[in-house]
Design a binder for this molecule. Structure first.
Ligand SMILES: Cc1cc2nc3c(=O)[nH]c(=O)nc-3n(C[C@H](O)[C@H](O)[C@H](O)COP(=O)(O)OP(=O)(O)OC[C@H]3O[C@@H](n4cnc5c(N)ncnc54)[C@H](O)[C@@H]3O)c2cc1C
Length: 445
């Protein structure tokens, strides 16, 4: 069988098998039996057929930037890499839509369309594939204005587990026709179907942007100021919280000297007048809420420097030799953010572990990132305890255990608590669409 797949789709070697055994999480790697690189949907139909006849799992793989083990082939099988399906299929600038193959990466897509004054604004930080972003319902720093992938996908072409090809939507901006299969397939983590084309909404590139940063004495003040900015109706493009310990870690890792205080990072975008007005109003609000300062950038290089602490944050924690990292991704109603952030910070402090609280505070979505020595059972248990208590509290206050990273392996244990009886509806859907449990088995449920 492996020989047949090799002949069909080429390439399977130790390097590829290693690469497809892991993602950016600390979950244990598992090597697939084989890695395939389809060039079109017919190849994918053939792969599914071979998998069925040999009773093997099929696991889609984007770029492996997932943070919870989504693409790890825990039951081995066939890892399907889309890097040879990375074309723009059709670009309709006048309709503000584009149809792409799933292997295209978001920066590659933007490079092509920015020339036409258009952008695809969902930004998960990593240069992820559009297929992977669809499958995890990714979002990131711009979600406060543009929402998540689910808000941007107009239609998908999907090869279902039995090889049937379906199209889930159209190029129209909205639709009330039939069940919302886009909504179901987006965020399904490769467990319901294999995405072979994605039609996305596009947006104009704003004429003017303003970036700014301010610091506060406590994370609670940060969160309260952010809530007031939102309630004032200001259309921030990005609004990010980074706590004091995170900035300290960025300084340590990168040799910087950013102010070590709880910080809010802002970006405003629109016409020159509207972006400047939003920035001025936000400045007034944050100063009223106890901000110690307000620093704004006047050039692109100043802007990059101002936001650098936010951009380098994740990797400053992730690249500590010999240490593991574990992170949370909760999202709560905006009114609960301040209490949640304080709760999470206190848990990290109590544990004695190195860690930070940061994230997309404008959506109520924030991350905890804790560094621990996985050979030390006390540290491992302490890291797990922080994630667990934060996730449970988020669900308790009306939120979710994952705002953007997805369930993967780590958040399966919260599904029942979060969804109750709806979880059995989800399981029924999985059984109906993939009765042999062939597609990315062992994820979500
Ligand atoms: C430093 C860093 C920062 C990050 N910040 C954010 C953030 O702010 N917001 C955010 O949302 N995410 C963030 N992420 C997580 C990650 O980038 C996203 O989850 C991303 O969407 C994963 O895309 P990928 O192409 O790497 O997919 P992979 O990790 O390869 O796969 C993810 C899932 O997609 C499935 N999949 C891939 N392609 C297909 C397909 N064609 N059909 C069906 N299923 C498919 C896989 O089976 C798997 O379940 C961050 C990651 C890193 C490393």
């Amino acid at each position: 069988m492996i020989q047949k797949l090799r002949v069909l789709l080429g390439e399977e070697n130790a390097v590829q098998v290693y690469r497809h055994s892991r993602d950016e999480s600390s979950h244990l790697p598992v090597e697939p039996d084989v890695v395939v690189f389809p060039k079109n949907k017919d190849d994918i139909i053939s792969v599914l057929d071979i998998a069925k006849r040999n009773n093997l799992p099929v696991i889609p793989f984007g770029t492996g930037s997932g943070l919870d083990g989504h693409a790890i082939p825990i039951h081995k099988g066939i890892s399907v890499n889309f890097e040879r399906m990375n074309r723009i299929v059709s670009f309709n600038s006048e309709d503000l839509t584009v149809t792409v193959q799933p292997g295209i990466k978001r920066k590659q897509l933007n490079k092509a369309i920015n020339l036409h004054g258009l952008q695809f604004p969902v930004d998960p930080g990593a240069d992820a594939s559009i297929g992977g972003m669809v499958a995890t319902n990714a979002s990131g720093t711009t979600a406060v204005r543009y929402g998540s992938m689910r808000d941007q996908v107009l239609s998908l072409e999907v090869v279902m587990a039995d090889g049937t090809v379906v199209t889930t939507g159209s190029r129209a901006k909205k639709s009330s026709s039939g069940y919302n299969l886009n909504g179901l397939l987006v965020g399904s983590e490769g467990t319901l179907g294999i995405v072979t084309e994605v039609t996305l909404k596009l947006h104009g590139i704003p004429e003017h942007t303003v970036t700014a940063r301010c610091t506060f004495g406590t994370p609670k003040e940060c969160a309260e100021a952010a809530q007031t900015v939102l309630m004032s109706g200001i259309q921030v493009l990005r609004m990010e919280l980074v706590d004091e310990d995170s900035i300290r870690q960025v300084n340590l890792a990168g040799g910087h000297s950013f102010p070590e205080a709880h910080s809010l990072f802002f970006e405003f975008a629109g016409t020159k007048a509207s972006a400047e007005e939003d920035a001025a109003l936000t400045r007034e609000i944050v100063l009223e809420h106890g901000a110690e300062n307000w620093e704004r950038a006047n050039t692109t290089s100043e802007s990059n420097e101002l936001w650098r602490a936010r951009h380098e944050l994740s990797y400053s924690f992730r690249h500590i030799p010999g240490m593991s990292q574990s992170g949370g991704d909760v999202c709560v109603p905006i009114s609960q953010v301040a209490e949640m952030v304080v709760f999470a910070r206190a848990l990290i402090d109590e544990s004695g572990l190195l860690g930070g609280v940061f994230g997309h505070i404008g959506d109520g979505n924030f991350h905890t990132l804790v560094v621990y020595d996985s050979s030390d059972s006390r540290q491992t248990a302490a890291a797990e305890r922080i994630n667990d208590l934060v996730a449970r509290k988020a669900i308790d206050v009306g939120g979710t255990c994952t705002g953007e990273h997805g369930v993967g392996l780590g958040k399966m244990k919260y599904q029942e608590l979060e969804h109750g009886a709806a979880l059995s509806v989800m399981k029924s859907i999985k059984k109906l669409l993939d009765p042999d449990n062939r597609l990315n088995p062992g994820k979500i449920f």
